[in-house]
Design a protein around this ligand. Structure first.
Ligand SMILES: OC[C@H]1O[C@H](O[C@H]2O[C@H](CO)[C@@H](O)[C@H](O)[C@H]2O)[C@H](O)[C@@H](O)[C@@H]1O
Ligand SMILES: [Ca+2]
Length: 590
């Protein structure tokens, strides 16, 4: 399928019928693609699959290049699906691959219904999607509703002519003093949420970069456009969307312009459409907010099925550095219950900086001092480093954090490359240092591409110890003691025990704050999880009368069986940064 060069703004049809590619409606396009690629083997009647799934964020641009231009593409990603299936993840999350000038890693969309040409065609995407489904892997994609690229034809049209049908698609003002209570998110680069447009001679509103004007959701046609684009990708067969930056959809004077009631109405409208037309597909909300703000995005079970738990993530690192579980226990205790059938998405790292917006000022300072003493390592309010360098390339700490991620409430979202302990490049701009090519082997090109490394879209990591010679998939696949093989084994255990996804979480507290101990419990089984956040050996003493006389059998460490004494005392030794998952053998006494 080919497309003529991007439609110039002046040729955009003035009638606001939902736009399509090649003049085809979404349904026609789907029919055409279905002839070539029938829908894969995903069970659409399974509507709560996401509650026990492990997600894997993969940047299409940085995984595998199939055609030797130094940029990964959908064909390359398709080639690597066997690896992802082998690893044992359940669902891939693809950050934006839409047509974009790439001034914000693709979060600056120029066409909601087209793929950046360097990554392939819509057919390539469909082949990839069906191949993923054939392997039992689901796929969700990013959807950026809050803003477009400034080079989107809608914006070009809107700025050109205030009487144009697109004129109201963005938030325009004669002055730059409205909504002054809204914070500036990209504080390293922007000093206002308003920018002057010399053509329209008005200011336009943007919560992120100045080249990302916010869409105006007070204009009903904007929502129609969004629903049309959602249908387009759903019709191709995706399993859901990560909804980017949703707290900022609506602006209102006298508020901080976040989480406003109308924003929730918009999401409810979207969810109602998805439930009716695409049951079993999910909406995962990205709202970097405190727990009581995020839970609003589940609605009464009628908004997003999933939401990232932003506050718990930095506290895992904070707890590790302090050698204390207290901040983790506290944020989980402060997290309200979520509606039935919903689920948190938890993570250690992603394509952005390690966000420190949801911590108190003194804790942010503590995190910066410990994890990013050099200003170059910081980005906006966060830290632009990968997991392995953050923990000083210490495998024990990386395994502990992952063991916690995989056992605490929520569905874990892994970040590509972290399963092999990839490093970062702090000399690259913005957040590119954590988005470098995947390291497949120890060859000069790291198995990423046949192009010369100097032609790669981003350079390979060359820091000693994190370079492809030391850190690569092939080497770790052959090493039973590697982080990669360990990660795979842990995912296997998690898959065999759905209790991790669907059960109650009971924090056991305990006198020794270095150790986090908790139960994951449902009617089928109870697992006792222990995590030693300190660098010294600990002996955990728990009082579990409900398990008196029972045993705890380790799910991770083979023959390790811990007896619970007749009075309910359980004593478990833990090595520095040690962790255990013990399956309790008898039913809890009532
Ligand atoms: O599209 C703009 C940005 O949207 C997401 O941003 C989120 O990450 C920011 C940190 O970089 C965070 O501070 C903000 O609260 C979030 O909405 C997306 O993940 C970014 O990559 C993108 O630039
Ligand atoms: Ca907005």
């Amino acid at each position: 399928m080919t497309r003529s060069p991007y439609t110039p703004a002046e040729e955009i049809p003035k009638a606001l019928a939902p736009t399509g590619v090649l003049g085809l409606t979404s349904a026609q396009l789907q029919a055409k693609l279905d002839e070539i690629h029938p829908i894969g083997s995903i069970d659409r009647t399974e509507t709560e699959w996401f509650r026990t799934a492990v997600f894997y964020e993969v940047l299409v641009r940085s995984f595998k290049d199939s055609n030797g231009d130094g940029i990964d593409d959908f064909k390359g990603l398709t080639e690597k699906l066997d690896y992802l299936q082998w690893l044992g993840v359940d669902c891939l999350w693809l950050p934006p691959f839409y047509d974009s000038p790439l001034h914000d890693g693709g979060y600056d969309i120029r066409d909601y219904r087209w793929i950046r040409e360097e990554l392939g065609t819509i057919e390539d995407f469909k082949v990839f999607l069906d191949a993923a489904h054939d392997r039992g892997l689901r796929v969700i994609i990013d959807f950026v509703m809050n803003h477009t690229s400034g080079s989107h034809p809608w914006f070009q049209s809107s700025r050109a002519d205030p009487d144009d049908p697109y004129s109201n698609y963005y938030v325009w003002s004669d002055t730059d003093d409205a909504y002054s209570d809204a914070r500036i998110i990209f504080c390293d680069t922007e000093d206002s949420n308003w920018s002057w447009d010399s053509e329209r001679k008005q200011f336009y509103w943007h919560r992120f970069f100045h080249h990302q004007p916010d869409l105006n959701f007070e204009e009903p046609r904007v929502m129609e456009e969004m629903l049309g684009a959602v249908r387009f990708w759903m019709n191709l067969g995706i399993d859901g969307f990560r909804l980017d930056a949703v707290p900022y959809l609506i602006e209102a004077e006298g508020t901080n312009c976040e989480n406003l009631p109308k924003t929730h109405q918009i999401l409810k409208q979207l969810r109602a459409m998805v439930d009716e037309e695409y049951p079993g597909r999910i909406l995962l909300c990205e709202a970097n907010q405190w727990p009581d703000g995020v839970v609003e995005y589940f609605g009464d079970g009628d908004e997003c099925q999933m939401a990232f738990h932003f506050p718990v993530m930095p506290r895992l690192y904070m707890g590790l550095r302090r050698g204390s579980r207290e901040c983790i226990s506290k944020i989980l205790a402060d997290t309200p219950q979520i509606p039935e059938g919903c689920q948190w998405a938890t993570f250690l790292r992603n394509h952005d900086e390690l966000a420190l917006e949801m911590v108190f000022k003194e804790d942010r300072q503590y995190m910066w001092e410990g994890y990013a003493p050099e200003p170059r390592w910081r980005c906006n309010l966060g830290i632009r480093r990968r997991l392995s360098p953050l923990v000083d390339n210490d495998d024990a700490k990386a395994r502990l954090l992952n063991a916690m991620l995989l056992s605490l409430p929520g569905s874990p979202v892994l970040y590509y490359g972290d399963e092999i302990g990839m490093g970062d490049d702090l000399w690259l701009s913005d957040r590119d240092g954590v988005r470098t090519p995947m390291q497949w082997d120890d060859s000069e090109t790291a198995g990423f591409s046949t192009a010369l490394p100097e032609d790669f879209h981003l350079p390979l990591i060359h820091t000693f110890g994190h370079d492809p010679e030391h850190v690569n998939v092939a080497r770790q696949m052959d090493d039973p003691s590697s982080l990669l093989v360990w990660t795979r084994a842990m995912l296997g255990i998690r898959r065999r025990h759905p209790v991790f996804g669907t059960s109650e979480f009971i924090d056991l507290d305990g006198a020794d704050t270095a150790v986090m101990s908790f139960l994951r419990h449902n009617e089928h089984e109870t697992i006792l999880c222990l995590a030693n956040l300190s660098d010294t050996e600990r002996t955990v003493v728990l009082h579990l009368p409900q398990f008196a006389g029972a045993t705890g059998s380790s799910l991770i460490h083979g023959q390790d069986v811990q007896p619970v004494e007749a009075d309910g005392t359980l004593i478990v030794p833990l090595w520095p940064y040690g962790y255990r998952w013990l399956q309790m053998s008898v039913e809890e006494k009532s």
